[in-house]
Design a binder for this molecule. Structure first.
Ligand code: SAH
Length: 206
């Protein structure tokens, strides 16, 4: 997959992607497809995102090395690891404890120490750590969650998230820019994500 030809032109983003081995994040049965441009199944009925979508969404965030950011939907941790190469600190929330535990092991193995994790409902964000310079959601919401908008920095904060139906047939990545109390939203490109689900499953409760 030539990410550059497909629209990922930010050299810092391309370098971060090159430095994160995707084979560490896929299930053993799919190792031979680790570098194909496709989403792959992970545990708990979820998916690791498609590399091109990871590239385009990361680029859309306009991340700087001093930024503190929030990610909702850790999943395999692949996207988190790329964000950790670009931002100062990444707070990441996942509702499935099993997935989060595997992701944490990968972060350790890869020596990524600027990631803070939490099992929880990302719909509500992480109020204790707000405001965030950047927010990325990697599961599709039906509407932009208001708690997340509230936790975005009002000094040029940017949030990128897929919005659309649960079936994944009509979803689009939206970029929200916040300046003071003003917002601007832009529609970016069509995608297909698993849904953002409210609450946490019983087996994730401590
Ligand atoms: N970026 C991940 C994509 C994982 S798929 C990767 O590349 O591997 C989306 C993830 O969002 C799933 O793991 C799902 O469990 C999680 N998710 C869905 N709704 C959530 C919520 N309300 N809070 C936290 N995580 C959520």
């Amino acid at each position: 997959m030539d990410l550059r030809n497909a629209g990922v032109t930010d050299t810092r983003v391309l370098a971060a992607i090159e430095r994160v081995p995707r084979e560490h994040f896929v299930e053993e049965a799919f190792l031979d497809q680790a570098y194909a441009n496709q989403a792959l199944p992970i545990n708990c009925g979820q998916t690791i995102s498609q590399p091109l979508v990871v590239g385009l969404m990361t680029q859309a965030l306009e991340l700087g090395e001093r930024h503190k950011m929030l990610e909702v939907g850790t999943g395999s941790g692949y996207q988190t690891a790329i964000l950790a190469k670009l931002a100062r600190r990444v707070y990441t929330i996942e509702r499935h404890r099993d997935l989060l535990m595997s992701a944490e092991q990968r972060f350790q193995a890869l020596g990524l120490h600027n990631i803070t994790t939490m099992v929880g409902d990302g719909y509500k964000g992480w109020p204790a750590q707000a405001p965030f310079d950047r927010i990325l959601v990697t599961a599709a919401a039906r509407v932009v969650p208001s708690d997340l908008v509230a936790q975005l920095s009002d000094e040029g904060g940017i949030m990128v998230l897929p919005v659309g139906d649960v079936a994944g047939l009509h979803q689009e990545v939206i970029r929200v820019r916040k300046e003071g109390k003003q917002f601007k939203s832009e529609r970016m490109f069509p995608v297909r994500f698993v849904p953002l689900v409210q609450g946490i499953p019983p087996e994730s409760r401590a």
